[in-house]
Design a protein around this ligand. Sequence first.
Ligand code: SF4
Length: 486
Amino acid sequence: MRQAGVNIGITAYDPLMEDDILPLLHSFFPDGEAQSDLDIRVTEENGTVRAVTSFGSAVKNEIVPFKPEEGTDEGVIRRELRKEVARVVYLQISCLTGKILPWGMLTGVRPTKLVLERLENGLGMHASYLMDRFCVTKEKAALAVRVAHKEYTLINDLDYKHGFSLYVGIPFCASICNYCTFGSHPLHIFGHYVEPYLDALEKEIRETARFMKKRLDCIYIGGGTPTILSPDQIKRLISLIRENFDTDTAKEFSFEAGRPDSITKEKLKAMREGGVTRISINPQSMVERTLRTIGRAHTPAQITEAFMAARECGFDNINADLIAGLSGETPEDFRYTLSQIEKLSPESLTVHTLAHKRAARLTTSPEMYEGLEAHGVPEMVGMGADWAKEHGMEPYYLYRQKNMTESLENIGYSIPGKECLYNILIMEEKQTILALGAGASSKFVRDCRERFERVENVKSVKDYVERIDDMIERKRSYIAENNIEV
Ligand code: SF4
């Protein structure tokens, strides 16, 4: 592995161990800021595993304390040994660098999944399990346990095994934010594709609805920015969904109204009349300077106006997304944003931590953001948690992404009864998600929930429009050939 300023060598007798260790290294050295070379060697001789990590002149040499019980399955031994090696390497690097990662050696997207599985299997001692086995800090272990308990309560009543959820993507945006890699298409270039896109989407909705026999639990219209659609296009989309799927069983219908400058009263009315139950208006920040820097062409005042218009149209479940760590922001800016959000009284708040994605403008054009690194991001995340608590909200879902600032997390808070079930179902991989539109990735449950498989649509709207029959056929043949229960 080679990063700016650091050479890292990994040698392991099991190549899969390298796959476990690499994400850990990315967490420890997100910018390759280490000054000296790091070398990790994992060897095995006569049943003894040894992990030697050297960092500059300092060397740690550990024997991995792993003794499987007699008769344990080979696959289980290998999996457990890999985990143990990663744990030892984590502890060694932590000791050599003096760094502690909040989520320890957990580098995956779903840290709460481990706890949720334990809850479902009637096991206990969840926090100490995370701390002892995965070196998670006490604070994050407690958070994961709290979220998992909430998820458990919320989805247990749903009988999710007999249902599925529907996602429809509208991958167009007014402009592209500097941290975004969702593959959304800027309207000033791709605006002429919106109508052909809706035609293709209509075909995909009609055809795929025929496969689905299970009960529809949640509907989620995401993006991009779905509110770039005109009121008539919104009506058309909602009618299509209602005509083709049995939506009477749906517990919720969410619509991302992300950019306030794309929201009008007519659009809100179209959503409301179409039965949308929850919308998300996403300020990200209420600091005007920040909004300009990150490339969002709206003002804080437009966010307030959009909230007021949504309330006038009768919406009583509005989420607000914020991002901790935006270019140039300080804890003071975040505090100011929270003070402004207070006036909007959202029913839920999602606090994201900025993830540094390779293809985002923030990474590809660093000269544009020189000197604009955010400071005090963990403090901002803590402020979000305090604010949510003061406003009667509880954390109810949590996920992580690659290269998150300070290895933190994204957390959804909600007042009781206003949570978005879809967020839990998709994050915890609990049920099949039929995902339609360009860039949408359907997830099908296989083998009694032991495994999920994705069937992806092409990302470009041009390809999606031209190859819509292929997108439908991909799903149809996957379901038929694998005998998937949908
Ligand atoms: S609004 Fe969302 S999808 Fe659109 S560019 Fe910004 S982050 Fe990406």
